[in-house]
Design a protein around this ligand. Sequence first.
Ligand code: FEO
Length: 161
Amino acid sequence: MLSKTVESALNRQMNRELYSSYLYLSMSAYCESVSMRGSAHWLRLQAEEEKVHGMKFYDYLIEAGGRASMLPIEAPPSEWKSVGDVFDTVLSHEQKVTAMINDLVNLSIAEKDHATNNFLQWFVKEQVEEESNAGDIVSQIRLVGDVPGHLFYLDHHLGKR
Ligand code: FEO
């Protein structure tokens, strides 16, 4: 059985995962608008992954005897300066999500909620991968700089995800 504190925190995190999905879909739409189709494809798949993350919280809340609540999803930004700016934002967003997951783990320890702690370990591992993937793309964009041909090649590569 979940404590009310843990139930609320899990619902907030479900909301943040769904917001992440909305944010990445908005980034995908921006990339489409500047003809960076490969980046748009990568971000669209990332938006789908975030929905799956949100649903993991939904399923766990129910399985653990809690109640899943649909909190309002904040509207994400819709404009970025460049594709580089988009992926810088992806990385900083994922770093924020990691901090949120760590806070949740700390809460599960404080509440002596071992089941929730165990559930969250999947996300602890996932966040290492999420930050690493975003960090790699940020580094690659820095490497190619503003050379349009190189950026086009990188975009093509991201489209193969
Ligand atoms: Fe579900 Fe990318 O954090």
